[in-house]
Structure formats: structure tokens, C-alpha cells
Design a protein around this ligand. Structure first.
Ligand SMILES: [Zn+2]
Ligand SMILES: [Zn+2]
Length: 140
């Protein structure tokens, strides 16, 4: 009777080991899928609109965001540049995505920012040169 009892105990130990091994394998897999879910949209919009440099994590575009005017669905934003083109004059060509002309170092690009839920949509209107000229002709 004593021998039988020992046999039963070792069988239980083996079963527990198998469960542990299976469990650890599964745990590692679920961790992988969890990290993928965090901020799936942060990879987009990571390009400088002026010099089109691809920006790494932590590199931000220098911009001035104006407060929303009453009843407007969007806000105006002045984009100065990214760490590659501002403040670093002459290092990279800053091209306006609207008129295709070179934007001077002290110039900027004007954009409209739409905040819809979690997503932010930035629509570039033009550089300080072509956007303001367009605005002036609209007034006259
Ligand atoms: Zn840039
Ligand atoms: Zn322009």
C-alpha cells in the first residue's frame, strides 16, 4: 500500500510540470500580441512636411498650434520644421508641398488641423509665401 501511494504522488508531479511548461509557452505568446495593440496609428504622420525627412520616435516637428476660433471645425497650425531642417539652416532643402518652392529658413508652412476623435488630420494649405498670397487675392 505504501509503494502505491508514492507512485501516485510522482505521477501528480509529472502532470504539474507538463502544465507549467505549456502555461509558460502560452504566456509568452499573449504578451507579444498585447504590445502590438498599443497606439497603432503613431507610425503615420511621422514625416516632415517641409523636408520630407522620416522622423524617428521622439523627434517632433516644431509647430505653433492656434486656438480654435468659434464655430470652426479646425485649427490653424504653423509648421516650422523638424530637427533635420529647423533650427539647422541649409542642412536640408525645405520645400513647400503646395507650390513646390523652397521655404526660407524663417518661413513656415500653414496647415489646418482637424481633430476627429483619436485621429488628428493635418491638411497643409501652403507656405507663408503662397498661402498668404492666396489669402490676399481672395480678399480683393
Ligand atoms: Zn524637416
Ligand atoms: Zn508654398
Amino acid at each position: 500500500m505504501v509503494e502505491l501511494a508514492i507512485g501516485a504522488v510522482s505521477a501528480v508531479v509529472v502532470a504539474a510540470l507538463v502544465i507549467l511548461l505549456l502555461g509558460s509557452g502560452k504566456g509568452g505568446h499573449s504578451k507579444k500580441t498585447q504590445t502590438k495593440l498599443t497606439h497603432p496609428q503613431t507610425k503615420r504622420e511621422r514625416q516632415c512636411p517641409l523636408c520630407s525627412a522620416d522622423l524617428a520616435k521622439g523627434q517632433s516637428i516644431r509647430s505653433v498650434l492656434y486656438p480654435k476660433s468659434q464655430g470652426a471645425p479646425d485649427r490653424l497650425m504653423e509648421i516650422k520644421g523638424c530637427p533635420y531642417c529647423y533650427p539647422a539652416p541649409g542642412k536640408r532643402k525645405r520645400i513647400c508641398p503646395v507650390c513646390g518652392k523652397e521655404v526660407p529658413y524663417d518661413g513656415d508652412v500653414i496647415a489646418r488641423v482637424f481633430d476627429s476623435g483619436e485621429r488628428r488630420h493635418v491638411h497643409v494649405l501652403g507656405c507663408s509665401d503662397c498661402y498668404r498670397r492666396k489669402k490676399d487675392t481672395e480678399k480683393n
